[in-house]
Design a binder for this molecule. Structure first.
Ligand code: GLU
Length: 503
């Protein structure tokens, strides 16, 4: 069997949607599982939809995910160029070839003429299609006398090349995920293969490149399933062997119905793109998983499991394990429902697996933390105390802001619960004890215990108000741990400040 070669073929029309990243992932996992090649090809023949920066975005997103192409516009390769806009000469030669067969013809109908016909159909309540019924009444090389066609061409009249859909043929199509199904060619129209500027459309360029680049498997989104019949016939027309096809189902909205959209993300507060994207036309920024604080490992882990499950229903898988276990035949036929909670759960799992030393530079990357100048040793202790309850690195900061700055106010409810007439007096006495105590968590714990006993106070009577003075509310890790991190001077200042403030 020839080598497995799989391509991801995005059009640079904007940021990559989650569904696109998942397609790239499955392309990559399948290729690597089979010891094959993963190719990135940029399909930019439609200049009207080109978006500045989109190609770089796609490259950067794949790199962030750890999906590195073997061949691409950036990496080069034996079938370069990998950008369709640079492959015009290759396409020209195949345009000539297909026009010599009975599978293509030249059409001179102007956009205005077609628009008029479309409107006439609409007025009758019908939909116009350029197909095997209508083509015999339109202005093309099938209806016009040969002399006329020659004359129009000699006069440089603009034309397009269309596919001549065979009449009433049943096509039997195979899809690795969906099995076998049939289509009657009468339901398909005569798609434009080459536009009037000489550039091929998606359909023609796509099959030429898949053939030229020796692609063995086409794994892509289900929105391309209706094009499969045309593509198979194009291979037939060119006399080429077609690759195998697999069409992936959609990623669905959290409620289960319909394609996950950017609007769902905005509504429920999660990104639908891997990285932030700034629209060059409007300047508006769409949020990305990277900037939200997701680890790339957890991002690709949850994305891979949206539509495929490994044999033992294992959930946490490294990229290596995904490659080992990936099986295209086990990709689900039904759409996969997106869940923000599940995405967060994965990140939380990955965060717990990281060592404090691994988390340290990520915490120090946060601007809020950079502003504070705490030592690495202190930050490591904070990480060890706060990690367990964190989903993202930023939670270590936001759940523990009191480590970085003194409380600006005291929670009303907590005050009612923790503070009474005697509290000021107890805390003042405790301050005297703390002045004499070594500020290690153990020593502090003992000192507070002994103090509470000597005053015949329950531990809660001391710990709760003490916590309130340090944190501003009744949350956080053990009080002696907080005291030890803040140090003697800061702790005593906070306690005294609270006494003044609250009394
Ligand atoms: N350029 C197409 C897209 O953006 C690729 C479809 C395919 O993989 O054949 O989705």
């Amino acid at each position: 069997m020839s080598k497995v070669r799989v391509r991801f073929a995005p059009s640079p029309t904007g940021p990559l949607h989650l569904g696109g990243v998942r397609t790239a992932l499955y392309d990559y996992l399948f290729a690597k599982n089979k010891g094959g090649d993963f190719v990135l090809r940029i399909e930019d023949t439609d200049t009207t939809r080109y978006v500045e920066g989109a190609e770089d975005y796609i490259m950067e997103a794949l790199e962030w995910c750890g999906i590195i192409p073997d061949e691409s516009p950036k990496h080069g390769g034996p079938y370069a160029p990998y950008r369709q806009s640079e492959r015009r000469a290759i396409y020209n030669q195949y345009t000539e070839q297909i026009l010599k067969t009975d599978y293509a013809y030249i059409a001179f109908d102007t956009p205005e003429e077609l628009e008029t016909i479309r409107k006439e159909y609409e007025a009758k309540g019908e939909v116009f299609a350029y197909n095997n019924y209508t083509r015999n009444r339109l202005r093309n090389s099938l209806t016009l006398p040969e002399e006329e066609v020659k004359k129009l061409l000699a006069e440089n009249t603009p034309y397009v090349v269309r596919f001549k859909m065979p009449v009433d043929r049943i096509l039997t199509l195979e899809d690795i995920i969906r099995g076998t199904f049939s289509v009657n060619t009468d339901t398909l129209d005569d798609k434009v293969l080459v536009k009037n500027d000489g550039m091929p459309t998606y359909h023609f360029a796509n099959i030429i490149d898949d053939h030229e680049m020796k692609i063995s498997h086409v794994i892509r989104g289900e929105e391309w399933l209706p094009s499969l019949g045309l593509h198979i016939l194009l291979y037939e027309a060119m006399g080429w062997e077609a690759p195998q096809f697999a069409h992936l189902s959609l990623i669905l909205k959290p409620e289960g119905k319909g394609k996950l959209s950017k609007r769902d993300g905005d509504k429920f507060g999660f990104p639908v793109f891997p990285l932030n994207f700034t629209d060059p036309a409007t300047g508006s920024v769409s949020k990305g998983y990277r900037e939200e604080g997701y680890f790339p490992e957890s991002f690709i882990n949850f994305l891979t499991l949206l539509g495929w499950s490994p044999s033992e229903d294992k959930e946490i898988l490294s990229l290596e394990e995904m490659i080992q276990e990936f099986d295209l035949y086990k990709v689900h036929k039904a759409g996969a429902r997106f869940s923000k909670e599940k995405a967060e759960w994965f990140n939380q799992q990955y965060l717990q697996k990281k060592t404090n030393e691994e988390l340290l530079p990520l915490l120090k990357d946060l601007s809020e933390v950079q502003a504070t100048n705490l030592s690495d040793e202190t930050l490591l202790t904070i990480i060890s105390l706060m990690k367990e309850r964190a989903t993202f690195v930023k939670d270590i900061y936001s759940n523990g802001t009191f480590f970085f700055e003194a409380p600006k106010s005291y929670d009303e409810k907590a005050l009612k619960k923790a503070w009474n007439a005697d509290t000021t007096q107890h805390l003042s006495a405790l301050c005297d004890v703390l002045e004499q105590t070594d500020f290690s968590a153990d020593a502090l714990k003992n000192a507070i215990h002994t103090f509470a006993e000597s005053q015949s106070l329950g531990m809660g009577k001391v710990m709760m108000p003490l916590r309130l003075t340090l944190v501003g509310e009744l949350k956080g890790p053990d009080v002696p741990d907080i005291l030890a991190i803040l140090g003697k001077a800061e702790s005593l200042a906070r306690i005294k400040n609270a006494i003044n403030h609250i009394s």
